[in-house]
Design a protein around this ligand. Sequence first.
Ligand SMILES: Cc1cc2nc3c(=O)[nH]c(=O)nc-3n(C[C@H](O)[C@H](O)[C@H](O)COP(=O)(O)OP(=O)(O)OC[C@H]3O[C@@H](n4cnc5c(N)ncnc54)[C@H](O)[C@@H]3O)c2cc1C
Ligand code: FES
Length: 316
Amino acid sequence: MAENDSQERRGSYIAKVHSNRRIGSGFYKLLLEFTDSGSEAFGGCRPGQFGQLDLSGAALPPSGAIREDLQDSANRGVLLRRPFSFSDVTFKGIETFVEILYSAVGPSTLRMTTVKSGDSMSVIGPLGKGFEIPEGKKMALLVVGGMGAGPLEHLAKVLTEDYPTMQVFAFAGAKTSEALPFERRLDEISSGLGFSLAEFAEFGIESYVATDDGSAGYEGLVTDCFSEWLGKAEVKAEEAIIYCCGPEAMLSKMAEIAAERKIDCQVSMERLMACGIGVCQSCVVECRGEGPGETVYKLCCEDGPVFDSKEVVFGV
Ligand SMILES: Cc1cc2nc3c(=O)[nH]c(=O)nc-3n(C[C@H](O)[C@H](O)[C@H](O)COP(=O)(O)OP(=O)(O)OC[C@H]3O[C@@H](n4cnc5c(N)ncnc54)[C@H](O)[C@@H]3O)c2cc1C
Ligand code: FES
């Protein structure tokens, strides 16, 4: 489905919770089921697009199950919806299954951990602009930082299903092996390229893992791991494209690497979002304007969250 179609179909839909399970040390996967018009709207959404979830009606976990550093914020009311992108979307006609990879970091995501099969919740979406796959590209390089894995897992699936001749490699980094949001036993990961991450291996995509402390894979930043790989690999700049999602410092570094090598690069940006639909102006991203040194403010929720890395003026 073209992005225009999906924007026309955006609306407020009720999703049924299919499952909500813990993966690894502190990560969860929530699987939502949409039917009828919700199925049509979300069934065609592009990797990188997102939904605004209303978690105000969900219960908090018991206080003993809440991390010490989240005890205070846990009890804050959840007045606003929160944005979440999707790690998988499966369209089955009258039903669409949408998976969200998340971790508990505040009042909404703590409440998200308690929803269970059969519950329902309101979701506004699909919102924003997702990753684009320009004509002529033969190699896609996916670079993940921590919780940025979700939309790139979805992109991995779309690339392999719709572009079977595309060569795809994935690079994923986090501070420690515990902070990598994947299901496989991470102590088995070697420092070389291999099929170590099941989430990418299932699509035949080789992956590299990097951790700052060396507890899994390459010891160091994923951006350094990627640069070293790029230095040795045979990559034709005009045929390659880099897709990134993660902390802004990582995206900024990736934008630099891409510019040096003249490789197209798309980054998924994050901002605090109140409305998610272009009304409140809370989510601005500083971008380059037409003239030299000129900058303009774009909206992460409407113009993004995915931007061409050349466009963004990074603040870090
Ligand atoms: C387009 C988009 C897609 C997202 N997809 C996912 C996803 O797939 N999985 C997931 O776990 N999270 C995702 N997020 C982040 C998620 O929406 C926030 O972490 C959300 O605020 C959590 O709500 P909360 O009430 O649990 O915690 P909050 O109290 O809202 O946030 C917890 C802490 O994180 C900070 N914070 C929240 N959002 C941001 C932000 N955008 N930039 C910088 N700091 C922030 C807050 O200031 C606060 O200190 C996404 C965000 C965006 C903009
Ligand atoms: S979140 Fe309201 S304008 Fe972007």
